[in-house]
Design a protein around this ligand. Structure first.
Ligand code: HEC
Ligand code: HEC
Length: 139
């Protein structure tokens, strides 16, 4: 919240300068350049997602950050998704996972889609954002 307020203040100061450039929060993620994507992740994705993870498991996600979703490659500036360190999903059989983890992830997926301003994956919308936006899947 403090951070958002600060951004609002800074935003007001640079309003003239910004007017000629699209603000990252108003533009679909796919149309941002690399630096804008990083700023969007810091300013929008982290604050929205941190509580969803910490509510699920406060101890495990105490240090929630870029690496949680992007894996160790993020430390070298590689943010490509899917992140091979996340569990591989087989949509024909998710029985090896705990149902409370799956329920949690079924909330993470649409929340992330909203942040990216993308529709959620559906059979009749295969280009939508789905679990495989983050996780590797079996072929
Ligand atoms: C909640 C999970 C999550 C967190 C936390 C997160 N990201 Fe992302 N990030 C994603 C997803 C999902 C995508 C892919 C979006 C898409 O499909 O277009 C992505 C994409 C990116 C991209 C674009 C990659 C490309 O191929 O162009 C960059 C850069 C990036 N993230 C940087 C960061 C940084 C820096 C942080 C930490 C400040 C961060 N991310 C935190 C989920 C996350
Ligand atoms: C925005 C990125 C993102 C999306 C979308 C996403 N996940 Fe995840 N998922 C993660 C992250 C990050 C973790 C935590 C991994 C960790 O703790 O190391 C995780 C954890 C899980 C776990 C728990 C694994 C374990 O054994 O601890 C399961 C199961 C899972 N995801 C399934 C799914 C399913 C099914 C979907 C789609 C409904 C989905 N995920 C969508 C990022 C994502």
């Amino acid at each position: 919240m403090v951070r958002l307020a600060l951004i609002a203040v800074l935003g007001a100061c640079t309003a003239k300068q910004e007017a000629t450039r699209p603000r990252s929060a108003d533009v679909p993620f796919a149309r941002l350049d690399h630096d804008q994507r990083i700023r969007f992740m810091e300013d929008v994705v982290l604050p929205a997602m941190e509580p969803m993870f910490q509510k699920h498991d406060p101890a495990k996600y105490a240090d929630f950050g870029c690496v949680t979703c992007h894996g160790k490659l993020a430390l070298d500036g590689d943010y490509r998704m899917p992140n091979r360190e996340l569990p591989t999903l087989d949509f024909n059989d998710l029985s090896k996972f705990k149902s409370e983890d799956l329920a949690w992830m079924r909330e993470v997926k649409p929340a992330m889609a909203r942040l990216l301003r993308r529709p959620v994956w559906a059979e009749d919308n295969p280009t939508g954002f789905g679990c495989e936006g983050c996780h590797p899947t079996v072929e």
